[in-house]
Design a protein around this ligand. Structure first.
Ligand SMILES: *Cc1c(COP(=O)(O)O)cnc(C)c1O
Length: 383
């Protein structure tokens, strides 16, 4: 079976985790701080603006909480988004408002966002589809101009940049995921970036029971009396990461450039193998200055045959999928919004297996089977 996603973890990660076991400190501690620092260096932001959390969804929930939203407030997001982008908004009583995406890139344009902004819009959330940065510079400028908070869901764009600047740092808040299907993984985990350092401190408090200072032990060293006292002014949650998973994350981050490179080579191989197929559209080219994390490789097919081709491939031991099923079509968030780019993309797009452990032989097999399946289905229709 050829999988869609597959983690690359091994001896180096085990060794790092072993050292954490030996240290007898498993919770949020030195390794977590070091991972936040490493990730801050990777992004080019100050370490105090980052917090390692137990999932990207926890980070998104925290981001929404920092905005103090409630009934009467709107948050705009592309219909092609992960479900937690809408759920974390709806949980506060605010309303998720879906905008359209480009049918080829599956990212919203600045015009798609502008079209649905109203005086009730308090925030905009965008993701970088499959690692493609998209119109993020123009979208960030629009939000700044209107005084709207921009949240970047950079879950799948851990190595994406525009003109050298990291995706996730163009807006006010950014989120990354280290879920087991992501390019670098800590099993479960995520990172949140909060540009405003005061707000970042509030994020730290809200992520751990609303407590003022998690470094109680450090404080206790200076003031030995009653180190168990607590300063709590707000309702908090329990969203922080730990040293076991952080140690894994530090190793994965060091391996990231190799992962991205290998994935790029696989994508180039797919591009080359599928170049002559007139019934298969390959992913759009990146604009100048844009760098992708190479998280998804997708093809676009005639909607009449897309599902059948996916089934044919599955029967031949090859998983394909589609991300992210449009949220204006799921029962909980269903709406009559007219989003033609989204609907066209959702009907035609198929993601092919892409992970750094795929062999050249497997890549060739996927391309060969895809060409055969498309050919067979196209001719059966024509007959
Ligand atoms: C995976 C993913 C998430 C959720 O990440 P978790 O760490 O599983 O919470 C959110 N947004 C996007 C775009 C994702 O791909």
């Amino acid at each position: 079976m050829i999988h869609m996603f597959q983690p690359s973890v091994g001896a180096k990660e085990l060794e790092a985790v072993g050292k954490v076991f030996d240290s007898n400190w498993l919770g949020y501690g030195q390794q977590t701080k070091a991972f936040e620092k490493d990730f801050a260096d990777h992004l080019g932001v100050p370490p105090e603006t980052l917090l390692f959390v137990n999932s990207a969804t926890s980070g998104l929930g925290l981001a929404i909480e920092l905005l103090n939203l409630g009934p009467g407030d709107d948050v705009v997001l592309p219909a092609v988004s992960f479900v937690s982008n809408a759920s974390t908004v709806a949980a506060t009583g605010a309303r998720p408002v879906f905008c359209d995406v480009d049918s080829r890139t599956l990212n919203p344009s600045v015009a798609d966002i502008a079209a649905v902004l109203t005086p009730q819009t308090k925030a905009v959330t965008v993701l970088h589809y499959g690692g493609l940065p998209g119109d993020v510079i123009a979208i960030a400028a629009l939000c700044r101009e209107r005084g709207i908070t921009l949240i970047e869901d950079a879950a799948c764009s851990v190595a994406s940049t525009v003109n050298g600047r990291a995706c996730g740092t163009f807006g006010d808040i950014g989120i990354w995921s280290f879920d087991s299907r992501k390019i670098i993984t800590t099993g479960d985990g995520g990172m949140i970036y909060v540009r405003d350092t005061e707000l970042a401190r509030r994020a730290h408090r809200l992520a751990y029971h609303g407590m003022e200072d998690r470094g109680a032990f450090a404080a206790a060293a200076k003031e030995p009396r009653r180190w168990w006292d607590q300063q709590i002014h707000e309702i908090g949650r329990r969203l922080i990461g730990n040293d076991v998973t952080a140690a894994m994350g530090r190793v994965q981050l060091r391996r990231l450039p190799d992962f991205v490179k290998r994935r790029g080579a696989i994508m180039a191989e797919y591009d080359w193998l599928l170049a002559d197929a007139t019934d298969i559209q390959r992913p759009p080219r990146l604009p100048a200055g844009h760098v992708s994390t190479n998280y998804f490789y997708w093809v676009q097919l005639d909607p009449e045959i897309r599902d059948e081709v996916a089934e044919d491939l599955l029967r031949r031991g090859i998983y394909t999928t589609f991300r992210y099923p449009p949220l204006h079509r799921v029962p909980l968030y269903g709406s009559a919004a007219d989003l033609p780019g989204t609907d066209a993309a959702a009907a035609s797009t198929l993601l092919l297996p892409l992970h750094q452990a795929l062999t050249d032989t497997e890549v060739q097999r996927v391309a060969r089977e895809l060409l055969a399946a498309v050919d067979a289905r196209t001719h059966r229709r024509a007959a």
